[in-house]
Ligand binder design. Structure first.
Ligand code: S6P
Length: 544
């Protein structure tokens, strides 16, 4: 971390010639965007030139909607990185891939390795290199693991770096938006803020500066989880909304609104949710996002993210079963918040809030009273120093992320979208998720890989008869089709357990809206339930 901070410090001194690029797919790309925006704002506040750029697989559309397929394309990553770094002398490239797995990022790292006179590659992720993804990348020369191994060699020469601490398993297997995303945020904020401070103070970067900042996040953790009872209440209400096929809406201000939009967008690939189930809105919409491509709201309703749109189009449809969560700080326009809250209250009493206050300033009582439950996170006095206020904003964001991740994940668990700790109803929308779907089928049915592969294709193409032609096309073709389908994995699980047709499996699932219960019923009926439970216990690592 210190080495990377020193590199950033060096580059920040010559903003005309240099650039820091943050990049990733899905959540990792969204965090790349958020971090790049924050640090450019910090520079702007100091009347300095913007030094950061981000790239995300799928482009800006992926900031608020799920675009999982471009993650598989290394050439796309290379193209984007070449374009934004044109004309720059030195580029610090930070590629984020929590699982050390995204081909898009592998392509970009490969470009950097081949042009070390210009690029310093940094890989951020949470797997040891020997557990990086080793599958072939369709139409490309290397695997992610091979690229990671090459970066590791550069590490010793101080020409490239890997930051990949072990952070333990995710609560929902593979849901790296949670721990992986939070740790990405903590690590990169610590590195980059330390670099900025060193440039401003003309001081050196030491391990102590990094450690002090990391430790401040420990306090954030303590602070936010002291509200766990209220967080649990929000999870319960949000879960009840989803169980009734109603919605969860986040109405946020500034970057906390963006955290809400990010959390909502992730529910689609993770839980196979519809994009209307969980939605986020931010004040001033795209103006607040300040993303590369500006206003995307003309692309469709799922790109409408402003409060204005919420009030005009969503509010009239809100019903008693919907859950609405307001997210703000005391710096936001409290009068406006109060006004919107009253408007929402006319349609639902399921009105909640999470706000950040200080020991000195609290939210006015008349505002507090509008909400059924409010999480009031109180922080010590505001730090006035420029970088200090950024630490505080980062802490607000992280604690908000933790709460919203708990709400949306918990609500989907209550909706029955999780089987043991697996997202059984994921959308099969890229090669990583195709591989995950296959291993879930093997795990829960005990059948061979080839049998599970066939069942997966049968479910994707809704047929019991697979011709050789279909079986032999590239995985990317299956994914294109699967990405448009619902309940692909649950259907395949049921066909395998019951040894039944795809249409019978669909009928069984349709008769029981809770996916977990439908699968459990099939397991019990076939005497497989204990086997699955047993397998889960057998596979647990010590300490997991
Ligand atoms: C995970 C999320 C995904 C991942 C994306 C990138 O909870 O749904 O969108 O962020 O697949 O993963 P990774 O391992 O490259 O950071």
């Amino acid at each position: 971390m210190a080495d990377v901070a020193k590199k950033a410090q060096e580059l920040l001194k010559e903003p005309d010639d240099n650039l820091i690029v943050l990049s990733g797919c899905g959540t990792s790309g969204r965090l790349a965007f958020l971090l790049a925006s924050s640090f450019n704002n910090l520079l702007k506040g100091q009347s300095k030139k913007a030094s950061y750029c981000y790239t995300i697989a799928g482009g800006d559309k992926a900031l608020m909607t799920s675009q999982e397929l471009p993650e598989d394309n290394p050439e796309l990553g290379i193209e984007m990185l070449e374009k934004i770094s044109q004309g720059k002398k030195k580029v610090l490239f930070i590629g984020i891939s929590c699982g050390l797995s995204a081909p898009f990022v592998a392509g970009q790292l490969d470009l950097c390795i081949n042009k070390l006179d210009k690029f310093t590659p940094v890989l951020v992720g949470f797997n040891p290199v020997n557990m990086a993804r080793s599958d072939n990348i369709e139409g490309w020369h290397s695997t992610f693991q091979q690229v990671a191994e090459r970066i590791q060699k550069l590490h010793d020469l101080h020409k490239g770096y890997i930051i990949n601490p072990a952070i333990g398993p995710e609560a929902i297997a593979g849901s790296s938006r949670m721990k992986g995303g939070s740790t990405t945020k903590i690590l990169l904020e610590t590195i980059l803020l330390t670099a900025h401070k060193a440039v401003s103070d003309n001081s050196s970067i030491t391990d102590r500066c990094l450690l002090d900042m990391l430790k401040s996040y420990e306090q954030v953790h303590k602070n936010i989880y002291s509200h766990s009872t209220k967080i649990a209440t929000l999870v319960k209400h949000a879960g009840a909304s989803l169980q009734k096929n109603s919605h969860i809406y986040y109405i946020g201000w500034k970057s906390l609104g963006i955290i809400g939009i990010i959390d909502a967008s992730e529910c689609v690939p993770t839980f196979g949710a519809d994009s209307s189930h969980v939605r986020g809105f931010v004040n001033n919409g795209f103006e607040e996002m300040a993303n590369n491509n500006g206003d995307l709201s003309s692309l469709g309703p799922e790109f409408a993210i402003s409060h204005e749109y919420f009030l005009k189009t969503v509010l009239p449809t809100i019903q008693e079963n919907d859950t609405v969560v307001f997210i703000f700080t005391l710096d936001d326009d409290l009068k406006e918040i109060e006004k919107i809250a009253w408007q929402v209250k006319a349609s639902t009493t399921n009105l909640y809030a999470m706000w950040h206050s200080t020991t000195e300033h609290q939210v006015p009582q008349q505002l507090e009273e509008i909400f059924s439950v409010a999480i009031n996170v109180t922080w010590p006095k505001l730090l006035s120093e420029d970088q200090g206020s950024y630490i505080q904003r980062f802490q607000y964001e992280l604690s908000t992320k933790w709460v919203l991740n708990a709400i949306s994940t918990g609500a989907h668990v209550l909706k029955g979208k999780v089987y043991y700790n697996h997202m059984i109803d994921l959308r099969v929308s890229n090669s990583k998720l195709f591989g995950r779907a296959l291993s879930l089928l093997q795990k829960f049915t005990g059948q061979s890989k080839s049998k599970c592969f066939e069942a997966l294709l049968q479910s994707i193409y809704e047929t019991d008869e697979l011709n050789e032609e279909i079986k032999n096309v590239e995985i990317s073709k299956h994914i294109q089709w699967a990405a448009t389908m619902n309940k692909v994995v649950p259907t395949a699980v049921v066909t395998l357990i019951r040894n039944c047709s795809v249409s019978e499996a669909k009928t069984r699932l349709a008769s029981c809206p809770i996916v977990r219960d439908a699968i459990n019923a099939c397991m019990t009926g076939s005497g497989l339930k204990r086997t699955a439970e047993q397998r889960e216990t057998d596979e647990k690592e010590p300490g997991e």
